[in-house]
Design a protein around this ligand. Structure first.
Ligand code: ATP
Ligand code: MG
Length: 199
């Protein structure tokens, strides 16, 4: 009954991490029987030229705080250490080299990103290296995935949590509460470091 450990790589800007990320990641882990979910905060996202707002270290720190209590969750600074623009295909290759062929690698992404896969670096290579698990997300229709990628990914029907980091940043900027939208430790970190308050 020995099976290869199943790992889910969960990339993102996490600017900041919120409960939408955490709830859906745990649901994916449970649905697919994965042994680990590894959060990989980006150094710089190719999809977000004018961002992030918080530094890579602060975003990493918030992911670390948010994932600490879940033994299946961890955070990896692989993209921070590599520096520059963070391409998922590079992260997957590096992770594969590090962990060897015995692990079964999955890439966990939201439906919004799957609709956009064509614009990624080497999408075909990426699909050859990992199983992509797409989480449903409010407002994004997976029937609209471009033709070359249809049927080449797994779908995780997760709870629809209509929360985004953009919404969290906006609320902080307006001086509104983000309590319960992010873990308590992340709320405290944002406030102590005065993140997202504008300049
Ligand atoms: P932003 O508003 O800054 O784009 P975000 O909330 O989309 O932030 P990201 O860091 O861009 O967060 O997303 C990281 C990953 O998490 C992506 O794969 C994204 O699709 C997914 N994701 C984020 N929020 C949700 C959510 N509420 N439900 C499902 N997936 C989500
Ligand atoms: Mg996003």
């Amino acid at each position: 009954m020995d099976k290869n450990p199943g790992i889910g790589l969960f990339g993102g800007t996490f600017d900041p991490i919120h409960i939408g990320h955490l709830i859906t990641a745990e649901e994916v882990r449970d649905l697919f029987g994965l042994d680990e979910i590894v959060f990989t905060p980006s150094n710089r996202s190719p999809h977000k030229p004018d961002r992030p707002m918080a530094s890579a270290r602060d975003r990493y720190e918030m992911v670390a705080l948010a994932t600490k209590s879940n033994p299946y969750f961890s955070v990896d600074d692989i993209e921070l250490v590599r520096g520059g623009t963070s391409y998922t295909v590079d992260t997957v290759r590096e992770f594969r080299e590090r962990r060897g062929d015995e692990v079964s690698l999955h890439l966990v992404i939201g439906a919004d990103l799957m609709l956009d896969l064509e614009s990624w670096k080497d999408p075909d290579q990426l699909l050859a290296l990992v199983t992509i698990i797409v989480m449903s997300r409010p407002g994004y229709d997976l029937r609209q995935v471009p033709e070359p990628f249809r049927g080449r990914f797994e779908v995780a029907r997760v709870s629809h949590i209509d929360i985004s980091s953009t919404m969290i940043r906006q609320r902080v900027l307006e001086g509104r509460s983000v309590r319960y939208l992010v873990p308590d430790a992340v709320e405290a970190y944002i406030s102590a470091k005065e993140l997202y308050r504008g300049r």
